[in-house]
Design a protein around this ligand. Structure first.
Ligand code: 26M
Length: 830
C-alpha cells in the first residue's frame, strides 16, 4: 500500500520521511524531482498533521463522553501566525522532521519559510484570541474557538513612494494544509424577511407547541455555513482542541429556485452575494463603520456557532443544563448578536418562556471589552438591524424594555434610564452593542488592571454602580510557546540550562533567573543571545526588504497598528529632533548612541492621518539615510507588512520596547509583554498593562515618562493648547518647523501639512504635552545603555519577572473568575 498509518509508534526520521514522501506522491501527486518548494512544504505540513489527529480524536471522545463544561470562545478574528513550527513543537517532532528532511537533502527551515501565515485578524485582539486557544489546549481545557474563515485576511502592505498601498492577502491561493473542511456538516443561516405569529400547530418549533413568547421568523434568504476545523495542539499534553472557522456557501435551495426560473445569471449573482460573507476581513481595528456586510459576517458566524454549540453541549439533553455545559466568551462586541440569537433559539425554536430563557442566556454569556476609545464602540443602526435581522431587533427591544423597567422600579431617574438604554436615540436610533453585552452577560472584564478600572469609572460607570459584582479584570497574556520558545531559540536554550525546561508551561519558573542576574558568565551568555538575534534580524531584513543595518546598535522598536492614540508621531519627533540637532551642530554625531529605530505598522486603508504618518516615517528614514553625518549612528528601518511572522524575528532582537500611548487609551497592549519576556527594556507611559509590567520588573528596569491618566484627563478638561508647548520648547518647535519646511519632502512644505497643523491645533492624543518628558526618558535610556553590564542585568530581570504575562495565567484567571470549567485531560483510546 505504501501508506503509513501507524501514528501511534514514536516516529523515527525514516518512518517520518516515508510519511512525508507518501503525502508528496499519493496526496499531492508530484515526484520528489518535480516538486516545488510549496509542494514540499504542503507534504511536510500534512505529514505533521497526521500526528495531531490521534490526540484530537482522543480529546473529542474524552470531552464528549463525559459531562464536562466547555468554553465556546467567540471571536471574529484569530491572528494565528504560521502553524508548522508550532505543530512540530507540540508533537515533539521538530528534530525528527529535521533529520528526515536532511536525509532527503531538504531543509526544514527553508520549507518552513514557504508557509503563508493565516492573517485572520487585525492586531492585538486577534492575536490574543490565538494565544488563548493555545493556552486552553495546553491546559487541557475543553474549548472550541469559533470564528470566520476569511478568504482574504489582513491586507498585504507595500510602500509606493513611501505611502502605504494595500494588496489582497490571498493566503489560500495554494490551499491550506491545516484545515479540514466539513461541507456535510453545513449549518443554514437566515437573513432578512419578516416575523409573524407562530402557527398554532407548533410548526417550525423543535419542541412542539410554540411557547407563550414565541414569534416566527421567516427569513428572506439563507446561506450555508461550512465548518473548517483547525487542530489546536496543546504543548506537552495529548490534548488537541478545535478551532472551527465558518465559510459561507450559497444554499442549494437558493440557487435551484433561481435556476428553475431560468435566470442563470441571477443565480450566479446570488451565489456570489452569499459567498461574499466570508470573503474578506475588515481591516479596521478601532473605527467600526456600520457596514451591512460586517453585520452579516457577525451574525453568520454567531448563528452557526450557537447551533453547533447547542448540538455539542446538549445533544438532545435538557436545555436547562445549558449554563452547566457551556460558557460563551464574547471577544469584544463583534459576536454580541449571539445574545439575542440565543434568546431566539430558546424562545422561538424551543418554546421556553421569556424569563426562563433570559436567565439561561445571561448565565451562559460573558463579555470582554478591549477598548476605551468612544469611537471604537460598536453601534448598529436600528434601520439596518431591523432589515437584516428583524426578529433579533424585536428581541433587543424587549430586553431593553425590561431592563429599563427594572431600572425605573429600583428608583432610577429618567436621565439615568436614557444614559443606560441599549438603544441610542441620537444622532440616529442605534443599538449600543457594549451595553447589550453588559446587560446580557454574567461577567464583564477589561484586559488590564487600569483598563478594567477605567471601564468601571467611565465607559460602563452606570452599569458598574448597578451591578458592581459583574465587573472584573483579566490581564492579557501571551503564549510562551510561540513568543519565547519558538521565536527565541537562543534564549530558550539559556533558560533551559539555567532554570530547567519547565518554564514553557509554567512561566513563573523564570523567577529562578533572578539569582543569575549578578553572574557575569550568565550575563555574557544573555548578551550573546541578543547579539545573535540582532544578526538574524539584520540578515532577514537584508533579504526581505533590502535594508542594510548595523548589528552593533541599540535596537529601538515600535511595532503595532498605526493609530494616533499609540503615538508613533512621538517616536518620529524624537528621531527628527536627533537629526535636527546633529544637522544644526548642537549635537556631535560622535555623542549619538548608535541606534536603529524599527517601525512596523499597518494603517486602516481609510485612515488618512495614519497613512500620512507612515509616509512621514518613510520620508524621514530616506532623508537620514542620505545624510552622511548620521551614518552608522541613526537609522530608521520600516519593513513593510509587519505581521506575526516578522514579529517573531523582530521582538527577540529588540533592546528597547516603545509603549508610548497616551495614558488611558491603550486597553492593555500585548506586544509590551512579548518584548519584556524577550529581554527588551520598556520606555513607556502608565497605560494599559505597562502599569503592571513596571510594577513587576521594578522601576529601575523600566523607563517611565509622561502624564498619568488623571493628568491627561485634567489637561483635556482645562482646555489643552498644543501650541503653547510648541512655543515654549525650542527643540520641539525646531523639529516641527523642520517637518513643515519640506526638509523631508524634497522641499515641498505641503506634503505633511495635515500632520503639522493637526499637531499644532488639535493633537487629540497630546503628543506635544509629553514630548519633553519622552526626550528626557530617551536620555536616560542612552545613559543606561552605555553601561552594558547594568543594561543586561535589567534585561535579565525583565525576563525573570514577567512570567505573570503568560496567557496560561490569563486563562487560569478566566477559569477561576468567570468560566468555572475544569480541565479534562484527554484519555488515550488507542
Ligand atoms: C470593528 C468594526 C469593523 C471592523 C473591525 C473592527 C474591529 C476589529 C478589531 C475593531 C476593533 C478591533 O480590535 C481592537 C483591538 O485590537 N483592541 C486591542 O485589544 C488588545 C487585546 O486585548 C489590547 O491589548 C489592545 O490594547 C487593544 O487596543
Amino acid at each position: 500500500m505504501g501508506r503509513v498509518t501507524d501514528t501511534h509508534a514514536a516516529p523515527t526520521p525514516s518512518s517520518f520521511a516515508e510519511e512525508f514522501l507518501d503525502e508528496l506522491h499519493f496526496e499531492l501527486g508530484v515526484s520528489r524531482e518535480t516538486a516545488s518548494p510549496t509542494d514540499l512544504y504542503v507534504a511536510l505540513a500534512r505529514a505533521v498533521r497526521r500526528h495531531l489527529v490521534e490526540g484530537w480524536f482522543d480529546t473529542l471522545s474524552t470531552q464528549l463522553g463525559g459531562d464536562s463544561k466547555f468554553v465556546a470562545y467567540l471571536s471574529a478574528e484569530y491572528l494565528l501566525g504560521r502553524q508548522l513550527e508550532n505543530a512540530l513543537l507540540a508533537t515533539g517532532l521538530t528534530e525528527v522532521a529535521r533529520d528526515a528532511l536532511d536525509g532527503l537533502g531538504l531543509s526544514l527551515d527553508e520549507l518552513s519559510e514557504q508557509e503563508v501565515e493565516p492573517g485572520l485578524g487585525n492586531g492585538g485582539l486577534g492575536r490574543l484570541a490565538a494565544c488563548f486557544i493555545d493556552s486552553l489546549a495546553t491546559m487541557d481545557v475543553p474549548a472550541v474557538g469559533y470564528g470566520i474563515r476569511y478568504e482574504y485576511g489582513i491586507f498585504r502592505q507595500t510602500f509606493v513612494d513611501g505611502r502605504q498601498v494595500e494588496q489582497a492577502d490571498d493566503w489560500l491561493a495554494l490551499g491550506s494544509p491545516w484545515e479540514i473542511p466539513h461541507p456535510e456538516m453545513a449549518v443554514t443561516v437566515g437573513f432578512g424577511g419578516h416575523t409573524e405569529e407562530p402557527a398554532g400547530t407548533g410548526e417550525g418549533t423543535a419542541d412542539g407547541a410554540p411557547g407563550p413568547d414565541a414569534r416566527q421568523w421567516v427569513p428572506g434568504w439563507t446561506v450555508e455555513a461550512v465548518p473548517y476545523n483547525y487542530l489546536v495542539p496543546g504543548y506537552g499534553t495529548r490534548n488537541v482542541n478545535t478551532l472551527r472557522l465558518w465559510s459561507a456557501r450559497a444554499t442549494k435551495a437558493f440557487n435551484l429556485e433561481i435556476f428553475n426560473s431560468g435566470d442563470y445569471e441571477a443565480a450566479v449573482r446570488g451565489q456570489t452575494y452569499a459567498e461574499n460573507i466570508s470573503k474578506v476581513l475588515y481591516p479596521e481595528d478601532s473605527t467600526p463603520q456600520g457596514k451591512e456586510l460586517r453585520l452579516q459576517q457577525q451574525y453568520f458566524f454567531v448563528a452557526a456557532s450557537l447551533a453547533d454549540t447547542i448540538a455539542r453541549a446538549l445533544g438532545d439533553g435538557d436545555l436547562h443544563a445549558l449554563p452547566d455545559r457551556v460558557v460563551f466568551q464574547l471577544n469584544d462586541t463583534h459576536p454580541v448578536i449571539a445574545i439575542p440569537e440565543m434568546m431566539r433559539l430558546l424562545v422561538d425554536v424551543h418554546g421556553l418562556g421569556w424569563d426562563e430563557a433570559w436567565d439561561l442566556t445571561r448565565r451562559s454569556f460573558n463579555y470582554t471589552c478591549h477598548t476605551l476609545l468612544p469611537e471604537a464602540l460598536e453601534i448598529w443602526s436600528v434601520d439596518l438591524l431591523g432589515r437584516l435581522l428583524p426578529r433579533h431587533l424585536e428581541i433587543i427591544y424587549r430586553i431593553n424594555e425590561e431592563f429599563l423597567a427594572s431600572l425605573r422600579d429600583s428608583g432610577g431617574n429618567e436621565l439615568q434610564v436614557r444614559r443606560m438604554s441599549i438603544i441610542q436615540e441620537q444622532p440616529e436610533r442605534a443599538v449600543r452593542m457594549a451595553y447589550l453585552a453588559t446587560v446580557g452577560s454574567t461577567k464583564v472584564n477589561g484586559v488590564a488592571a487600569l483598563h478594567s478600572q477605567l471601564l468601571r469609572d467611565a465607559v460602563l460607570h452606570d452599569f458598574s454602580d448597578l451591578w458592581p459584582e459583574k465587573f472584573t479584570n483579566v490581564t492579557n497574556g501571551i503564549t510562551p510557546r510561540r513568543f519565547v520558545r519558538l521565536a527565541n531559540p537562543g534564549l530558550s536554550a539559556l533558560l533551559d540550562e539555567t532554570v530547567g525546561t519547565g518554564w514553557v508551561k509554567d512561566l513563573d519558573q523564570l523567577r529562578g533567573l533572578e539569582a543569575h542576574a549578578e553572574d557575569p558568565e550568565f550575563r555574557r551568555g544573555f548578551r550573546d543571545v541578543k547579539a545573535a538575534n540582532k544578526q538574524r534580524l539584520v540578515d532577514l531584513l537584508a533579504t526581505r526588504d533590502g535594508l542594510h543595518l548595523p548589528t552593533d546598535a541599540l535596537y529601538d522598536v515600535m511595532v503595532k497598528r498605526l493609530h494616533e492614540y499609540k503615538r508613533q508621531m512621538l517616536k518620529v519627533l524624537h528621531v527628527v529632533t536627533l537629526y535636527d540637532q546633529v544637522r544644526s551642530g548642537a549635537l556631535d554625531p560622535a555623542d549619538v548612541t548608535p541606534r536603529v529605530v524599527v517601525f512596523g505598522a499597518k494603517a486602516a486603508p481609510g485612515y488618512r492621518m495614519a497613512k500620512d504618518i507612515i509616509a512621514l516615517v518613510n520620508a524621514v528614514a530616506a532623508t537620514i539615510d542620505a545624510d552622511p553625518a548620521l551614518a552608522g549612528r541613526l537609522q530608521i528601518a520600516f519593513p513593510a507588512n509587519y505581521n506575526v511572522t516578522l514579529a517573531e524575528k523582530l521582538i527577540p532582537a529588540a533592546d528597547l520596547s516603545e509603549q508610548i500611548s497616551l495614558a488611558g487609551k491603550e486597553a492593555s497592549g500585548t506586544g509590551n509583554m512579548k518584548f519584556a519576556l524577550n529581554g527588551a527594556l520598556t520606555i513607556g507611559t502608565l497605560d494599559g498593562a505597562n502599569v503592571e509590567i513596571r510594577d513587576l520588573v521594578g522601576d529601575d528596569n523600566f523607563f517611565l515618562f509622561g502624564m498619568t491618566e488623571p493628568e491627561a484627563e485634567a489637561l483635556g478638561q482645562a482646555g489643552y493648547d498644543p501650541g503653547s508647548f510648541y512655543e515654549q520648547d525650542p527643540a520641539l518647535k525646531s523639529a516641527i518647523d523642520l517637518i513643515a519646511s519640506g526638509a523631508f519632502s524634497h522641499g515641498d512644505p505641503t506634503a505633511f501639512e495635515s500632520i503639522v497643523s493637526d499637531l499644532l491645533w488639535k493633537d487629540r492624543f497630546m503628543v506635544l504635552a509629553d514630548y519633553r518628558a519622552y526626550l528626557d526618558a530617551q536620555s536616560r535610556v542612552e545613559a543606561a545603555y552605555a553601561d552594558p553590564d547594568a543594561w543586561t542585568r535589567s534585561a535579565i530581570l525583565n525576563v525573570a519577572r514577567s512570567g505573570f504575562f503568560s496567557s496560561d495565567r490569563s486563562i487560569r484567571d478566566y477559569l477561576d473568575r468567570i468560566w468555572h470549567a475544569p480541565a479534562v485531560p484527554a484519555r488515550s483510546n488507542g
